[in-house]
Design a protein around this ligand. Structure first.
Ligand code: FAD
Length: 578
């Protein structure tokens, strides 16, 4: 079956929907999503969206931009970061006008709270910058944007799974997707395609990410020869529920929650004397591992599954019920703990991909260090790398990224499709992809995918996690290469056409393996410590040799890595102290 649209957006999270809403005003726009739209991962975002509204105390977009750049350990491109901070303000008011029910101050303005790394006056003290709807901010964004897209006649293809993208002579001309309900292959011709397929935390064992976060968009593009940017930087959030990884939002600390070790000490006093528990995530995750490594974890046995405590009991039942109902519920459901009475056991959890598909600040996919674009191809949201998060994203800045750059991409794409024609597809393309899927369906009798997935997740957790060494990462690269080889023999148990989720799981595992391999290769190459990339053997940041982005190209079994300059045109890099 073949469809034709001006714009096809892949992904119905915050980034995809914002882009579709903008593009849908003037162009025939479709959204395809492997999940029903409001089940997208944006719906789990808890704590808030950062914007310098200055509603509860003085704040400025310039301070927000500076915090973002310093938080990213100066790998952040500075002009896009300034754009992010500037346009965050109008994007939040736009969401409010679309109907998003933010929490309010007593005089009726959008309420704001503190979040890690967000400060007033270039680092003096924490500032209240996160706008929030209790701890269900992402849920509210997603519902608001979905309703608006329906109102503006965006066409939705729910439970359609992207399998390939067509790029001919540096021009994107469409994509192929499998319809989950029927197993049918659909081809979408389009003047422009935007990828907004979200993150890929599922390559790690302990993660806050949903099962669907398998990096399908970046992986498909990597196999089509598009390089991926800064893949070595993967963020661990300090407070996942012990053993499960389910997130306990930073807003708990924003409201006054405190991290403690087995002796009840507020250990962040040692590591970040000014910002304490509101230091950036990379620093707090490392501080937790240091406490555990020195025997001050809850168990005190220095083991990989030791943990620390997040104490919110002093906030009281009323604050927890009004501002943090979701995490209170999680604690009761998964741990049998009432956070108003006891501290929550937490450990770092793989959370956010700073790297991804390189784009310019209009969402156009770029392929080299000169900013050459692929015509008609866009990306936004967590799967993209603008790069506004550098080596470490600040909390609340992902939701800003989705709405600011989702909106900018939507505006650019509407202009582009207004003057572009519908490109032709190569004649035998549909047959080729159909045959590839049919071959996969016939692959019975091989080993099942689950053990491979577990091996990959354990490898990434143990060898490409928070602290990294040459020896561990070289071993990970070797083992992941071997897993990619074994993947080619995997067998399919279910050969049915309707709702064949095992077929999709195999496709998703292939995507995760490719991205894990690129992550390990790029991490092995970067011989310094910066943001989320902490090397025990190269503990210092090295601006002379490594103040540059990586661009990694998958060429069969090899990952070829080049460089791209960082825009440091506003603030020169300085040591990062909090
Ligand atoms: C628990 C949690 C809490 C968070 N809290 C915050 C917060 O408070 N503030 C903040 O700024 N950030 C937060 N984040 C981060 C933020 O929520 C995410 O980075 C962001 O929502 C990602 O949005 P997205 O639109 O890029 O992708 P997603 O919302 O993940 O959407 C991806 C979309 O792509 C579709 N898709 C994927 N693959 C395919 C395919 N093969 N075919 C078709 N469709 C596909 C999916 O169906 C989905 O619709 C949090 C993250 C987590 C995990």
């Amino acid at each position: 079956m073949t469809h034709a649209f001006d714009v096809v957006v892949v992904g119905a999270g915050g980034a995809g929907l914002y882009c579709a809403l903008e593009a849908g005003k003037s162009a025939r726009t479709a959204v395809i999503s492997k999940l029903y739209p409001v089940r997208s991962h944006t719906g789990t975002a808890q704590g808030g969206i950062g914007a310098a509204l200055g509603n509860v105390e003085e704040d400025r977009a310039e301070w927000h931009a500076f915090d973002t750049i310093k938080g990213g350990d100066y790998l952040t491109d500075q002009k896009p970061a300034a754009l992010l901070a500037d346009e965050a303000v109008s994007a939040v008011y736009h969401l409010e006008n679309l109907g998003l029910p933010f929490n309010r101050t007593p005089d009726g303005r959008i309420d704001q709270r503190r979040f890690g790394g967000h400060t007033r006056n270039f680092g003096e003290a924490p500032v209240r910058r996160a706008c929030y709807a209790a701890d269900r901010t992402g849920h509210m964004i997603l519902q608001t944007l979905f309703q608006q897209c329906i109102k503006h006649n965006v066409v939705f293809y729910d439970e359609f799974h992207l399998v390939d993208i067509f790029i001919e002579r540096n021009r994107c001309c469409g994509l192929a997707a499998v319809e989950l309900a029927t197993g049918d292959l659909h081809v979408f011709r389009a003047k422009a395609v935007l990828l907004a397929t979200g993150g890929f935390g599922r390559m790690f064992r302990i993660t806050s990410n949903a099962y669907a976060n398998t990096g399908d968009g970046p992986a498909v593009l990597a196999r089509r020869g598009v390089p991926l940017e800064d893949m070595e930087f993967f963020q661990f959030h300090p407070t996942g529920i012990r053993g499960l990884g389910i997130l306990i939002t930073e807003a708990v600390r924003g409201e006054g929650g405190v991290l403690r070790n087995r002796n009840g000490e507020r250990f962040m006093e040692k590591y970040a004397p000014t910002l304490l528990d509101l230091a950036p995530r990379d620093m707090i995750s490392r501080a937790i591992l240091t406490e555990i490594g020195e025997g001050r974890g809850a168990k005190g046995d220095r083991s990989a599954d030791d943990y620390v405590f997040l104490d919110a009991s002093h906030l009281g039942k009323d604050v927890l019920a009004a501002k943090l109902p979701e995490i209170s519920d999680f604690s009761r459901t998964y741990l049998g703990i009432d956070p108003a009475a006891e501290p929550i056991p937490v450990q770092p959890t793989a959370h956010y991909a700073m790297g991804g598909i390189p784009t310019d600040d209009r969402g156009r996919v770029t392929i080299d260090d000169k900013g050459t674009i692929i015509e008609g191809l866009y990306a936004a949201g967590e799967c993209a790398c603008v790069s506004v998060h550098g080596a470490n994203r600040l909390g609340t800045n992902s939701l800003v990224d989705l709405v600011v750059f989702g909106r900018r991409a939507g505006q650019d794409v509407s202009g582009y499709v207004g003057q572009a024609g519908l490109p032709d597809l190569p004649p035998d393309l549909t047959d080729r992809i159909g045959e590839a899927i049919a071959r996969l369906r016939e692959r019975t009798g091989g080993p099942p995918p689950e053990p491979l997935r577990e091996e990959m997740q354990n490898l990434m957790m143990q060898k490409v996690g928070i602290y990294r060494t040459e020896k561990d990462m070289a071993e990970a690269v070797r083992a992941l290469g071997e897993l990619r080889g074994r993947y080619r023999d995997i067998g399919l148990v279910d050969r049915g056409r309707e709702f064949n989720t095992s077929l999709l799981e195999i496709l998703e595992l292939g995507n995760l393996l490719d991205l894990a391999y690129i992550t390990a290769c790029t991490a092995l190459r970067r011989r310094e410590s910066r943001g989320a990339h902490a090397r025990e053997d190269f503990p210092e940041r090295d601006d002379t040799a490594w103040l540059k982005h990586s661009l990694a190209r998958l060429e069969g079994d090899a990952v070829v890595i080049g460089d791209k300059p960082v825009d440091i045109s506003i603030w020169p890099p300085r040591p990062r102290k909090y």
